[in-house]
Ligand binder design. Structure first.
Ligand code: NAP
Length: 632
């Protein structure tokens, strides 16, 4: 085990930087490093404290705890630093979550490896498994999931190639360049758990910072040289005769067919723009583009701009273009719920950077602090309570409480604009659509004189603009912020499995996979961020889910190689039973129950959302159960 000792920190420097500590994370760090949990008892926890910046502590409470932490830390010089033992880990995390974490300990312990240790790296190597000659894995996509898969394959020594249709890595973070694009998951949770970035500039990273992180990760992992940029996979056909996938690709070298033993699809969910078929759509004579393909050649200064949509993309870029354009007309069909996040656009203060770098395990506890709501708690707010009974307003008493809290925060911003109230406060249950982060900018933007909100349904698009509610709005530029075809997994690839079965015909508009990863009749094909692996709410992170799925896929490849067989496929009964469980979960969640629609529940069945806790996904993907699969 790697050893580390508490650094010889200068007391003044320590005190100075503690000013910027996230106090709950600091207190947990101190309890860990000292082994003394008494400080925890000093920290009052209000209901919902896991969701509040600084745990909702008053400035006085923060100051007192900071001082206690300082006194404890200065006694630690030179002392050996170890990961917390099970008892200590359980004591601290049980206290933090307000519920016994005994069952979570293996998951939590993975988060406290010492620097240089990586508990989720493959514990096997390709060479030791007597692989067949020429064995090769193809990864499709070089975004967050594809780069991770590449790293894990490289660690195990498995030969692989990555196909990336774009000229650069990053996936959705490469493609989306609209003004104001940034994460809505905390930066310190939106990186790989084994490769945390200590100095994220902002609490919620800009698109450029995420891309920089991925570039650095690819470089450090040595996987960049395996990526074939500008090469798109159009077809994939499983051939029973040679037990290989035959990939039809197009790129700089023209059309080619490549073969590989295993395919890992890491093509993402939210990257096939959806431009609704509004009558007259193509007749618009001005400039029109989708937010995910922002046309930077268009100078919006002085222009009249129409934006269709008020989802996660629109609410980030509309405040940026307001004031630049002469007028922005926002066409809203359904308003988003907003969750107060005052620090949404704020930089991480210098002291916090320092603590992440110099205070042992602070970064780990900070990560736990951000992750904890997703482990169990946040789900409860979306669960339908038939005894409540559910309505289009709220699906449970807890969901009603959430609504009241969020609505009150929005009402407070609307005191001077009562005319916006009905348009801006949603009528559907919280959680039925993605909840957006709010630091006041969205509503402030809607109140501007040069921004107009139109809620009448759009009738048609004309050469000069948009007609809604019988009124024509003439504009120069039309931006579709209308989201993605999230449920069209693996599209537009044509994927042909055993006996000529077509993947999209099999799915028939309702994609399913076992653990979001494996589909019967499609041997040696594994999906990352596949069906029903999207997280709802602000707990947890998709990056973590990709880590779980990637561990599983590597374990499946190990099983295949160990078996000496050439194909592994999930058993149909296992797959079907699993999907019944997924569907029953989703039906019983705000997005499955509400009629509001959207990409969470396209066509009345959610093909995208994971309806359970992050813990549940971790447990199910931790290792492959050979009984779930057929090897041939
Ligand atoms: P979205 O959430 O699907 O929003 C699309 C918007 O377009 C909705 O307001 C929708 O209205 C509207 N719309 C669609 N078709 C329409 C039509 N025919 N007429 C009028 N309005 C129409 O898409 P998005 O904003 O691009 O976000 C998609 C997802 O990507 C997010 O939920 C999130 O997971 C991810 N994302 C994340 C970030 C981030 O902060 N990290 C940023 C951008 C995107 P309805 O609601 O009525 O359907």
């Amino acid at each position: 085990m790697a050893r580390a000792s508490f650094p010889d920190l200068d007391e003044d420097t320590l005190r100075e930087h503690l000013v910027d500590a996230e106090i709950p994370a600091l207190v947990m760090t101190v309890a860990h490093l000292t082994g003394d949990v008494s400080l925890l008892g000093e920290l009052p926890r209000s209901p919902g404290w896991l969701f509040a910046p600084q745990g909702g502590l008053t400035p006085e409470q923060q100051e007192s705890l900071r001082e206690r932490a300082f006194l404890a830390l200065r006694r630690l010089r030179g002392q050996e630093v170890r990961p917390p033992g099970d008892d200590l880990l359980r004591a601290i995390t049980t206290w933090a979550m307000g519920t016994d974490t005994a069952e979570l300990l293996p998951l939590l312990a993975e988060g406290f490896a010492l620097p240089g240790e990586d508990p989720r790296a493959p514990r096997w190597t390709f060479a030791e498994l007597s692989p067949p000659a020429g064995f090769r894995v193809a990864v499709i996509g070089a975004g967050f999931s594809g780069l991770l898969a590449a790293r894990r394959l490289a660690e195990a020594g498995v030969p692989f190639v990555v196909y990336e249709k774009n000229p650069d890595l990053g996936g959705t973070w490469f493609e989306n360049t609209y003004p104001g694009c940034r994460t809505d998951v905390a930066s310190h949770l939106y990186d790989y758990s084994f490769a945390p970035r200590a100095d994220w500039p902002d609490h919620f990273s800009t698109r450029d910072d995420v891309l920089d992180y991925l570039r650095a990760f690819a470089e450090e992992s040595g996987v960049g040289e395996h990526v074939r940029y500008g090469v798109e996979v159009g077809t994939m056909r499983w051939d029973e005769r040679d037990s290989l996938w035959h990939l039809g690709t197009s790129g700089p070298d023209g059309e080619r067919t490549d073969t590989c033993n295993v395919v890992i699809s890491a093509v993402g969910q939210l990257n096939r723009p959806s431009t609704p078929d509004i009558p007259g759509r193509d007749a618009f004579a001005g400039t029109a583009f989708h937010s995910a393909a922002w046309d930077h050649s268009v100078d919006l200064a002085g222009k009249r701009v129409a934006v269709i949509g008020t989802g996660a993309s629109a609410y980030q870029f509309i405040p940026e273009i307001a004031g630049v354009a002469a007028e922005v007309v926002v066409f809203q069909r359904t308003p988003p719920w907003l969750r107060p996040t005052p620090h949404y656009h704020d930089p991480v203060p210098a002291g916090a950077h320092w603590l992440h770098r110099h205070l042992p395990h602070y970064g780990r506890w900070h990560r736990f602090w951000l992750f904890a709501p997703g482990l169990r708690g946040i789900l409860e707010g979306w669960v339908v309570d038939p005894d409540h009974p559910p309505t289009e307003r709220a699906v449970s008493a807890l969901n009603e409480d959430l609504r009241a809290g969020l609505a009150a925060a929005m009402e407070a911003q609307l005191a001077d604009a009562p005319e916006l109230r009905d348009a801006v406060i949603p009528r559907y249950p919280v959680g039925a659509k993605r909840v957006l982060r709010d630091n006041g900018r969205w509503i402030a933007t809607l109140k501007r004189d040069d921004v107009r909100l139109v809620t009448e349904p759009i009738e048609r698009i004309t050469p000069t603009g948009v007609v809604a509610g019988g009124a024509a709005v003439d504009v120069d530029v039309l931006v579709f912020a209308t989201g993605f075809r999230a449920s069209h997994f693996l599209a537009p690839m044509v994927v042909t499995g055993r006996a000529g079965v077509d993947l999209h015909e099999t799915w028939n508009g309702a994609p399913r996979a076992y653990l979001g990863i494996a589909v019967p009749d499609f041997p040696n094909l594994f999906c990352l961020y596949g069906p029903n692996t999207n997280l709802v709410g602000q707990g947890g992170s998709i990056v973590y889910f990709s880590e779980c799925a990637t561990s599983y896929v590597l374990d499946a490849i190990r099983l295949l190689l160990e078996s000496g067989k050439s194909a592994i496929q999930v058993r149909r009964d296992v797959h079907d039973r699993y999907n019944e469980w997924i569907d029953s979960g989703n039906r019983n969640r705000a997005w499955g129950w509400s009629k509001v629609g959207g990409w969470y529940n396209e066509g009345g069945r959610s093909a995208v959302n994971w309806p359970y806790s992050a813990q549940e996904y971790w447990q199910r993907t931790h290792e492959v159960d050979p009984d779930d699969h057929e090897l041939s």
